[in-house]
Design a protein around this ligand. Structure first.
Ligand code: BDR
Ligand code: CA
Length: 307
């Protein structure tokens, strides 16, 4: 059983990542923390609360975090994720509220209480994680592993140089990459191969109540690529925790550009560093067919449980 804490900005693909957690008996969800990103913090938090109930995630704490980047103006992705953040999916309003504390406290406290045991997964801008490592630098030792969906060493999506989660808060990302741990970076280089193609969508349709989240969310997801179908970026981070052998990962030094006029948020990736020890494990390929088999198995297990 692997314990995970997920910091996210749901977000269609964040929702599909949480569904993967919910359908994976080998994962034990220790908490969900929210950050502003795809939509504002009130919506990412409301979505996380709705997903906790819809996905039957029990009493897992949900704590709201940062409402904006450390220094920058707000960047949102409403065109991609819809005004609600969950596209055309229409989940019942949540009944239970968020935990009273701040996300940063939940991250620090949860990692402190189980040093080495919890994998921290971030699928949104890295604002909460940066504040956590600034508040308590030992979180980098306490986290068993740290996995993000974010960055790119090939092409951006928010700009030609930068991926959205990093571009939304480059200063936070820079703090996080420089914090002294190894960041497992699942960037656009691999996540843009995890596409909800028509055959994949067809495999989601018979999943009963779960399909009322998966199908409208994926169908309205604005991240459609030239290759066809939107990429479910954030589910790749959870998939890595479930089975790292799905990915090829290469050690590298990753530095985040915070000053560039056209390159702000770029994750400058050096696979042959001479001046520094690697601070990242960067994914360079994904076994797409095994990925979908695993994800759709988890969804069908969850679908049966929810019906
Ligand atoms: C990332 O940006 C967000 O819009 C998605 O939820 C994902 O985390 C992809 O660049
Ligand atoms: Ca996200």
């Amino acid at each position: 059983m692997t314990k995970v804490l997920i910091d996210c900005d749901p977000g269609i693909d964040d929702a599909l990542a949480l569904a993967l957690v919910a359908g994976s008996p080998s994962l034990d969800l220790a908490g969900i923390t929210t950050v502003a990103g795809n939509v504002d913090l009130a919506r990412t938090t409301a979505n996380a609360l709705a997903l906790r109930e819809f996905l039957d995630l029990g009493d897992v704490p949900v704590a709201a975090g940062s409402a904006g980047a450390l220094l920058r103006e707000d960047v949102r992705a409403v065109r991609t994720h819809g005004v609600s953040g969950l596209g055309d999916a229409d989940l019942p309003s949540p009944v239970r509220p968020a935990s009273p504390g701040h996300a940063v406290d939940l991250i620090v406290d949860t990692l402190r209480d189980a040093p080495g045991e919890i994998t921290l997964v971030a699928t949104g801008p890295l604002t909460n994680i940066a504040l956590a490592v600034r508040r308590e630098p030992r979180v980098v030792e306490w986290a068993g592993d740290f996995v993000i969906m974010g960055g790119t060493y090939t092409r951006g999506n928010h700009t030609p140089a930068a991926e959205f989660n990093i571009a939304a808060d480059p200063e936070a990302a820079s703090i996080v990459f420089d914090a002294g741990w190894t960041v497992t970076m699942l960037g656009l280089d691999v996540t843009l191969t995890a596409l909800v193609t028509t055959p994949v969508l067809d495999r989601m349709r018979p999943l009963g109540r779960l399909s009322t989240l998966l199908v409208p969310a994926a169908s309205s997801y604005g991240m459609v690529t030239a290759e066809g179908g939107p990429a479910i970026h954030d589910a790749c981070a959870v998939a890595y925790v479930l089975d790292p052998s799905l990915f090829t990962c290469v050690p590298a030094v990753v530095r985040v550009e915070t000053a560039g006029r056209y390159t702000s948020g770029m994750t400058v990736t050096d696979f042959a560093p001479r001046d520094r020890r690697p601070n990242a494990l960067v994914a360079t390929s994904l076994d797409v067919s095994r990925f979908w088999d695993m994800v759709l198995d988890a969804y069908s297990r969850l679908g049966e449980r929810l019906d």
